[in-house]
Design a protein around this ligand. Structure first.
Ligand code: C2E
Ligand code: MG
Ligand code: MG
Length: 562
C-alpha cells in the first residue's frame, strides 16, 4: 500500500528507531522525535525553541564545535562521536550524523544519533555491526578510534588525565589450536569481561581484532596507572572456565598516557601498542608504560635483528673470529684461547656480541651464529700455530638452547677434530644462568662431549644461582669467575670475599678456575696471592685476530708487580 503523504512520513520520523532532531541556522531546535525523548530524557516542549547546546556535556573544546560547524557551513555532512548530557545529568557518548537540508526555502540541520554507551539497547546497537564486535559486544576498532578522538578533543577537568591501554593475550593461538575455535571464542569473551571488571564503568573497552583489546582509562592521578595495570595482569592469571574446561591464559599490556606519550589518538594507540611489545619481550604476562628510550631501543633492536638475518644468510664476510689468550697466572704462559665472534656491519659498524647474540637467540638463529664461528675458526686453523709445549685449550661459547640441537654436533665435530689434530684441547663455555636450567637430555650430551675429551666451563660464574648439589653432578671442569667480581679486587678496601668463596667452592669440587676480565696489575697480583690458577683480561691481552695471536703465543706475560 503506498504511503500517504505527508502525514505518514511524520509518523515514520516520529517512530524512527534513532533519535532525530531538527534545528534552524540560528540555531534553535524545531523538532525532536520519540527516540530523542527515550535517549535524552527531554520531552519535546522542554527543548523546542532552545539552542542545541542545552544537550551539550561541556566536555568538548570550543574548537571541536567550531570545526563541526565549519564543515556543515561548507555543505558537508558531519559524522562522529560526541559526548552529550542527558536530562538526568549523565554524560553519554552518541554517534551523531548531521545533514544540512532545505525546508520551505530555509536552511535547516537534521541531526540523527544513537546512544553508543547504552548496553541495553542491543537491537539498535548490534544492528550497527560496523561499530561493534558481535562476539564480545564491545566497540570495534573503528568505534574505538572515534571514542579516542572524542576523548582527545575533550576538555581536561582539573588534574585528571587518561591513558590508552593495549592488551594482547599471550599464546592465544595455542588455545585455538589445542581447544578449538569455539573455546577460543569463549576465552575472548572471558578476556573482555576480565578487562571490564578491572577498569572503571565509564572507561571504554574495545576489541580491536583477534586477541587485541584496547581501553581508554580515566585516571585521577598518574600513579593510579601502575596499580591498574598490575590488577589487570593479575586478573588474567586466574584460570578461566570455558565450557567444562579450565584454561590458563595470560595477557601482556602496554600503556600510553595523554598528552605526554601522544597528543592525538593514533599516536597514543601506536605507543601503547609499542609498550605492549616491550612487555612481550620482557617475558609476557606483564605490562610496560610507554617510554621513548625503550622505543628507540626497540626500534634499533628490530633494525639490528633484520640486518643480522640478512647478514647471516648472505654476507659471511661480515663475520670474523678473534681470540683472547688465557694465562697461567703463576708462570705467565698462555694456556689456551677463547674464540669470540665479531660482526662488522656496513651500516651499524662493529656490533658487540653482547647485543647480537641475544637477538639471534630470540630469533632462533643461534645455530647460524655457531656456524659462522666454526667457519671462521676453521679458516684460521688452516695454518697450524707454532709448535707449543703442553696442552692448549681452544674454547668456544655455546648457547645453552643449542645443546640439544642435532645440528650442533655436525657443525662442531670437524672443528674439534681439527683442534685435536693440532694437539690442542677443545673446550665449550656455557653461561651460568643457563647451566642451571639444562634438561637431562642436554646434560647427557655434555657428558658425551666430556667423555670425548672436550673441556666444559661454566662462564660468567657468580651471576647465576648455582646450587652446590647441582654443580657437583654437572659434567664440568672449569669455573670462569665473572669479571664484575674481579673488578672488586686490587683496591684498598678488600672486595675479595666472593672470589675467595668461589675459589673455595672450586677446590672442594675439584674444578679449575679462570678469572675473567683482569684489567689491572693489582688485580693480577691479588689473584696470584689468592692462588687462582688462570686469568684472562685486557691487562694481558685483548681479543685479537689469529695472525696477531700467532706472534705472541709463545711469549709469557710478565707481570711487572710480581
Ligand atoms: P664471555 O664468553 O664471557 O666473553 C668474555 C667477554 O669479556 C668478551 O666480550 C671479551 O672481549 C670481554 N673481556 C675480556 N677481557 C676483558 C677485560 O679485561 N675487561 C672487559 N671490560 N672485558 C673483557 P665479547 O667478545 O664482547 O663477548 C661478549 C659475550 O658474548 C661473551 O661473553 C659470550 O657470552 C658471547 N659470545 C661471544 N662470541 C660468541 C659466540 O661465538 N657464540 C656465542 N654463543 N656467544 C658468544
Ligand atoms: Mg666465554
Ligand atoms: Mg664470561
Amino acid at each position: 500500500m503506498p504511503i500517504e503523504q505527508p502525514h505518514d512520513f511524520e509518523a515514520l520520523v516520529a517512530q524512527y528507531p534513532r533519535a532525530i532532531m531538527i534545528a534552524t541556522k540560528e540555531p534553535r531546535i524545531t523538532y525532536v522525535n520519540h527516540m530523542f525523548h527515550t535517549i535524552t530524557g527531554y520531552q519535546s516542549d522542554e527543548v523546542v525553541g532552545k539552542t542545541p547546546s542545552v544537550l551539550s556535556s561541556g566536555l568538548h573544546t570550543p574548537e571541536f564545535y567550531r570545526e563541526m560547524w565549519q564543515s556543515l557551513a561548507n555543505g558537508e555532512r558531519w559524522e562522529g562521536l560526541i559526548w552529550n548530557r542527558k536530562k538526568n545529568g549523565e554524560d553519554y557518548p552518541q554517534w551523531l550524523s548531521i545533514y544540512a537540508m532545505e525546508d520551505k526555502g530555509q536552511q535547516v540541520y537534521v541531526g540523527m544519533f544513537m546512544d553508543m554507551g547504552e548496553r541495553g539497547g542491543a537491537d539498535e546497537r548490534l544492528a550497527s555491526l560496523a561499530y561493534y564486535d558481535p562476539l564480545t559486544e564491545l566497540p570495534n576498532r573503528s568505534l574505538f578510534k572515534e571514542f579516542l578522538n572524542a576523548r582527545v578533543s575533550r576538555r581536561s577537568r582539573g588534574d585528571t588525565c587518561f591513558a590508552v591501554l593495549f592488551v594482547n593475550l599471550d599464546f592465544f593461538k595455542a588455545v585455538n589450536s589445542l581447544h578449538g575455535h569455539e573455546r577460543g571464542d569463549g576465552v575472548l569473551k572471558q578476556a573482555a569481561s576480565c578487562i571490564q571488571s578491572v577498569v572503571g564503568k565509564d572507561d571504554i573497552v574495545a576489541r580491536l581484532s583477534g586477541d587485541e583489546f584496547a581501553v581508554i582509562v580515566e585516571l585521577q592521578e598518574y600513579d593510579m596507572l601502575h596499580e591498574l595495570c598490575e590488577r589487570l595482569i593479575q586478573a588474567f592469571r586466574a584460570p578461566v572456565i570455558v565450557g567444562d574446561r579450565e584454561c590458563f591464559i595470560s595477557a601482556s599490556a602496554g600503556a600510553a598516557v595523554y598528552p605526554v606519550h601522544g597528543e592525538i589518538g593514533t599516536e597514543l594507540l601506536q605507543n601503547a601498542d609499542r609498550a605492549m611489545h616491550m612487555a612481550k619481550l620482557a617475558g609476557r604476562s606483564c605490562y610496560r608504560i610507554y617510554s621513548e628510550a625503550d622505543d628507540e631501543k626497540g626500534r634499533r633492536e628490530h633494525e639490528l635483528s633484520e640486518a643480522l638475518t640478512v647478514s647471516l644468510k648472505t654476507a659471511s664476510d661480515e663475520f670474523h673470529v678473534v681470540y683472547q689468550p688465557q694465562y697461567d697466572l703463576c708462570s705467565g704462559q698462555i694456556v689456551g684461547v677463547e674464540a669470540l665472534l665479531r660482526w662488522q656491519h656496513p651500516e651499524f659498524g662493529a656490533v658487540s656480541p653482547g647485543d647480537f647474540i641475544p637477538l639471534a637467540e630470540r630469533r632462533g638463529q643461534i645455530h647460524e651464529i655457531t656456524y659462522q664461528l666454526v667457519r671462521g675458526i676453521m679458516a684460521d686453523l688452516r695454518e697450524a700455530p707454532p709448535p707449543l709445549q703442553g696442552q692448549y685449550g681452544l674454547a668456544i661459547n655455546i648457547s645453552a638452547r643449542q645443546i640439544t640441537d642435532a645440528r650442533l654436533g655436525v657443525a662442531i665435530g670437524p672443528l674439534f677434530d681439527r683442534i685435536r689434530e693440532l694437539g690442542w684441547r677443545p673446550e665449550i663455555e656455557i653461561t651460568e644462568t643457563h647451566v642451571m636450567n639444562l634438561s637431562d637430555q642436554s646434560l647427557e650430551i655434555l657428558r658425551a662431549f666430556q667423555e670425548q675429551g672436550v673441556g666444559i666451563a661454566i662462564d660468567d660464574f657468580g651471576t647465576g644461582y648455582s646450587s652446590l648439589a647441582y654443580l657437583q653432578n654437572l659434567p664440568v671442569q672449569v669455573l670462569k669467575i665473572d669479571r664484575q667480581f674481579i673488578s672488586c679486587l686490587g683496591g684498598q678496601g678488600g672486595g675479595s670475599q666472593i672470589v675467595t668463596a668461589i675459589l673455595g667452592i672450586a677446590e672442594a669440587l675439584g674444578l679449575e678456575v679462570v678469572a675473567e676480565g683482569v684489567e689491572t696489575q693489582e688485580q693480577y697480583q691479588e689473584l696470584c696471592e689468592l692462588r687462582c690458577q688462570r686469568g684472562q683480561g685486557f691487562l694481558m691481552a685483548r681479543p685479537q685476530r689469529w695472525q696477531q695471536l700467532q706472534g705472541m703465543i709463545s711469549d709469557p706475560y710478565r707481570n711487572s708487580t710480581a
